[in-house]
Write a protein that binds this ligand. Structure first.
Ligand code: ADP
Ligand code: MG
Length: 299
């Protein structure tokens, strides 16, 4: 039995659908990621899970309980949203301790848990800093520590690093995976950044116009996308038009390509063949002359 089961979730605003029949499930301790372009419904999805938005239809079950209709604080989930600011009048300690104090934990335990979390996010020495004395990256770590402190049953992260520059995003994304696995918290993260999703997630759901196009391992999303949208969103690649000769062979402008397909190939039909950059290898024994039409330096 899954820990989280989302089934047939719908939400529209003024007749326009934002989330259009999404279903998926999560096992305990999994790190899941919803990946998709801006406007595809990721935030709306998370807000429904958090209880900040009521679905028009569908059910959310967690630990065998129906969450529909429960207020956010009754769900026991941790939230870290892109625009969920820290409390500016509190220091770092106060921010991280907030949820623990709400739980009326004895102060010695609050102290110990806050210190544990600050050490985990490598801010051990900054407990008495004010929020305005922190860098952007430090603030995001404090927000993460604050969300994790009360040991949420499920952690919901909405583009937690979107406001940071690329270097810091990459570094924090790597650390986040380690931190979440150390805390063993079941997590659903949403992002539009394919690299971030692949680096972190056990399973990825690709969203497009409110629908979940594919829910799979990062490897399969990249190498066995179910459709053209997923293929294009998951990474660099080119498409070649081709004609199916038999179930393993397609004739293209580069010659006859042989391989396995995740769809049934019907001889005589026209198909698009996805070519990832790393699929192209130089074969010294059968050189092929290809003109270079354009090149671009990317470091
Ligand atoms: P994402 O987080 O993937 O960028 P959102 O869930 O924020 O996408 O938005 C999905 C769609 O729903 C967008 O078209 C957005 O304009 C619309 N939307 C989201 N929230 C509201 C709202 N409160 N009122 C009206 N439209 C909304
Ligand atoms: Mg969003």
């Amino acid at each position: 039995m899954a820990l989280l089961s989302v089934s047939g979730l719908y939400k529209s605003f003024s007749g326009v659908s934002a989330v259009d029949g999404v279903s998926f499930s999560a096992e305990p301790g999994e790190l899941l990621c919803l990946l998709g372009p801006s406007g595809c419904g990721k935030t709306t999805m998370l807000r429904m899970l958090a209880g900040l938005e009521d679905p028009d239809a569908g059910t959310i079950e967690f630990d065998d309980r129906t969450m529909n209709g429960l207020a956010p604080q009754q769900r026991g989930f941790g939230l870290m949203f892109q625009d969920l600011a820290l409390f500016p009048h509190m220091d770092v300690f106060g921010n991280v301790a907030f949820g623990l104090r709400m739980q009326k934990l004895p102060s010695a335990q609050v102290q110990a848990r806050v210190q544990e979390l600050l050490d985990l996010v490598e801010l051990g020495g900054l407990a008495s800093r004010k929020v305005h004395e922190l860098s952007g990256g430090e603030r995001q770590r404090v927000a993460l520590a604050r969300a994790l402190a009360p040991r949420p049953a499920l952690l919901l992260l909405d583009e937690p690093f979107a406001s940071l520059d690329l270097d810091l995003r990459r570094a924090l994304a790597r650390e986040l995976g380690d931190i979440l696995r150390q805390e063993n918290v079941t997590t659903l993260l949403v992002t539009h950044d394919q690299e971030e999703a692949f680096a972190l997630a056990d399973r990825v759901g690709v969203m497009h116009q409110g629908r979940l196009e594919q829910w799979d391992s990062p490897y399969n999303i990249y190498h066995a996308p179910t459709n053209r949208f997923v293929a294009e969103f998951a990474g660099y690649g080119s498409f070649l038009r081709g004609e199916v000769l038999d179930e393993n062979t397609v004739r293209t402008s580069l010659g006859e390509l042989t391989g396995r397909s995740n769809a049934a190939l019907i001889p005589g039909s026209q198909v698009d063949v996805l070519l990832r950059p790393e699929d192209v290898i130089a074969d010294e024994s059968a050189p092929l002359a290809l003109p270079v039409t354009r090149r671009q330096f990317t470091g």
